[in-house]
Design a protein around this ligand. Sequence first.
Ligand code: URC
Length: 286
Amino acid sequence: MAVLGPNRYGKAETRVVRVTRHGDAHRIKDLTVSTSLSGDMTEVHLSGDNSAVLPTDTQKNTVFAFAKKHGVGMIEDFALLLARHFADSQPAIHHARVAVEEHAWERNGAFGHSFVRSGREVRTCVAHHDGTRSWVVSGLRDLVVLNTTNSEFWGFARDEYTTLPETRDRVLATAVDAAWRHADASQDWDKTYENARGALLAAFADTYSLSLQQTLYAMGTRVLAECPGVCEVRLSLPNKHHFLVDLAPFGLDNDGEVFFAADRPYGLIEGTVLREDAPAAGPAWE
Ligand SMILES: O=c1[nH]c(=O)c2[nH]c(=O)[nH]c2[nH]1
């Protein structure tokens, strides 16, 4: 006998751009929004009775309608608004998860109406609401950073397959993917974002690194130190290897000047740093 296990459904990656016009000075917010609902969904799976199913098309429409009606400020507020709407307005929906990514644009010169997509990282959040409680995890991805020195890697375990030379000076580069769990769902999201981003960058730059793992822990610890409302930080750091190119065949030396920036494979260093007294996570990360 088969039984239905955990399930959820929603509209993934609705792309919405909200323009706000103040005379000739326009603003844009460019988001990717993914909704995911769960609740009394046994019948639709077992018998095809759709009466509890708020269509994913409706969910997508709601994203656009809310962008118009409520505007888009901080993405955490927009995500919470949507999550609360779905969980509170549909009797069959007991839990709503809304994930938002924000793509940054900058002004193109002095023109009020012209923008250039910025090379900045993508800002992210996931908000949950279960009809009573809300949880928010904020973060960023693709924050690409590189140190040209102050990184070593040696003293590692060896076996018959180890060929990696030890290094006392290497390039250390990564694309930071970070998420931080808020202790409660009423924070100054923008302020925390800037503090967390600043902490990640500062810790990456000023940690004398003996491994990317050590740098990861320093970065997570720094976010907790700078952001009192954050109780847990998760980091995923690809080690973007930079290999010194052998220029000897060309009669040239290479004293840490020319590197091959390898694409793949890459080391992937992942870890969590949390306060000793961090409250239980609930479904925040899912
Ligand atoms: O910082 C590093 N951590 C590792 O675990 C590792 N493994 C490896 O081959 N290079 C590195 N660098």
